[in-house]
Design a protein around this ligand. Structure first.
Ligand SMILES: C[S@@+](CC[C@H](N)C(=O)[O-])C[C@H]1O[C@@H](n2cnc3c(N)ncnc32)[C@H](O)[C@@H]1O
Length: 261
């Protein structure tokens, strides 16, 4: 499996860094999705949470009685998912090569920007094609992506740096535009006196530094990537409360797998 920034970024410290991306937010997101398109039902084809991370959405789907499977590449996030709720169906794998039979899922979820990571259209195209393959006819792909137009506008004048703390960590993040992507340079260091807690999150005394890249696809490009997988956009919103597209910070898109004529 090719090395990428994802290996560095989605480590044991990730849930602490993104602690605000919690179960309450996951609930808001999951409440919205069925307003966009059918999400699934008990006894129906399962839901695939693609890039499920620490399982915050998957646990809620399970608690609601929906059959669901989570796939992620990160061993430490899958461990966190395992300890969040008993009995979650978890698979370690690469979203570019889905280890599932065609037509197996009634819905596929790519939530909190679990898309656009592979730097070239080839990798992201493979993800969209794989989603199209594993979806049953008439099933839906729910893509929760950043509003790329808004990100471009926000960073047009230059990089933005933010310093904050997260648990035992001092965090410095610089967001900038980088050749069709948004890059985030991240530097993590243990807070004084909290070195042992930081080490438990795999952040040693020298700290950890890496850069995240998410490709800034426009809506028409996302539609075209999805279309290559046999998927057509049928609904959209701009935030987890259902604001119209363009009137919120995110693009929540539902694509339907077309039934062959
Ligand atoms: C931004 S996080 C979102 C996690 C989760 N969906 C959530 O909302 O909390 C992206 C997830 O994609 C996973 N990921 C990154 N590259 C991957 C790959 N090639 N295959 C599978 N999962 C991957 C990461 O490990 C991480 O859990």
């Amino acid at each position: 499996m090719p090395e990428s920034w994802c290996t560095a970024a989605f480590g044991a410290f990730y849930p602490v860094l993104y602690a605000h991306r919690d179960e309450a937010e996951a609930r808001r997101c999951l409440d919205l999705l069925p307003r966009l398109a059918p999400l699934g039902a008990a006894g129906a084809a399962p839901v695939l949470d693609l890039g499920c991370g620490d399982g915050r959405h998957l646990a809620l789907l399970g608690a609601a009685g929906l059959p669901a499977v989570g796939l992620d590449l990160s061993a430490s996030l899958l461990r966190a998912a395992r300890s969040r709720a008993a009995g979650l169906a978890l698979v370690r794998g690469d979203m570019r090569a889905l280890p599932f039979a065609g037509g197996r899922f009634g819905a596929v979820l790519s939530l909190f920007t679990a898309f656009g990571y592979f730097g070239d259209e080839g990798g992201d195209r493979a993800v969209a094609a794989g989603v199209g393959r594993v979806l049953a006819d008439g099933g839906h792909w729910f893509l929760d992506y950043l509003d790329a137009d808004r990100v471009r506008a926000e960073l047009a004048a230059g990089p933005l740096t933010r310093e904050r703390t997260a648990g035992p960590l001092a965090v410095r993040e610089t967001r900038r535009l980088d050749a069709g992507a948004v890059a985030k340079d991240v530097c993590l260091r243990p807070l004084p006196g909290r070195e042992a807690e930081a080490a438990a999150l795999d952040v040693g005394a020298d700290g950890v530094a890496y850069t995240e890249f998410v490709r800034l696809y426009g809506l028409a490009e996302l539609d075209s990537l999805a279309a290559a997988g046999g998927l057509r956009r049928v609904a959209a919103a701009g935030d987890y409360d259902g604001a119209p597209l363009g009137q919120g910070p995110r693009w929540l898109l539902a694509f339907r797998k077309e039934v062959p004529a």
